[in-house]
Design a protein around this ligand. Structure first.
Ligand code: RP5
Length: 168
């Protein structure tokens, strides 16, 4: 995207992209600028420190961090920045069943929050990040309002479809 990125999307491995691209896609659809890269807490710890320390300086407002297995990336980034961090637990090749990723990201100690979404919930991470930006961006808030109206419309339509088929 051409605008300076407002949201940073990071993931522990390129193998996480199949999930994390859903955050990118929803931000694209809302026209919110972001950048996206791989930062591994365990394999590139120095890169993790650099990324977290530079995030606010380069203008990021929210960080979305996804990782699987022993998923320390979101928590470590949160420990190094005052920007809000949204964590995406990923069911990956080294996950037992996904709970390992969920708990690694969710169970943060007091003082270092990570807003944790559902397993593989990158889409919601993107929406939540946009909602945070939307606090001070009325145009974006309007787009989010339309998005939510569409969700409502889909449910109303499904109620009508069921009724048409005799289900009430
Ligand atoms: C985690 O290990 C990554 O976030 C990824 O989910 C998982 C597996 O990584 P690869 O072995 O596929 O690179 O750190």
């Amino acid at each position: 995207m051409s605008n300076a990125p407002q949201i940073g999307i990071i993931m522990g491995s390129q193998s996480d992209l199949r999930v994390m691209k859903e955050a990118a896609e929803v931000l694209e659809s809302l026209n919110v600028s972001f950048d996206l890269t791989v930062v591994s807490a365990h394999r590139t710890p120095e890169r993790l420190f650099d990324y977290a320390h530079n995030a606010r300086v380069k203008g990021l407002k929210v960080i979305i961090a996804g990782a699987g297995g022993a998923a320390h990336l979101p928590g470590m980034v949160a420990s190094l920045t005052t920007l809000p961090v949204i964590g995406v637990p990923i069911k990956s090749s080294n996950s037992i069943d996904g709970w390992d990723s969920v708990l690694s990201i969710l169970q943060m100690p007091g003082g270092v929050p990570v807003a944790t979404v559902a397993l593989d919930g990158a889409k919601n991470a993107g929406i939540l990040a946009a909602q945070i930006i939307g606090i001070s961006d009325n145009q974006l808030a309007e787009k989010l309002q339309v998005y939510k109206e569409n969700l409502k419309e889909k449910v109303i339509q499904s109620v009508k479809d069921l009724a048409k088929n005799g289900w009430k």
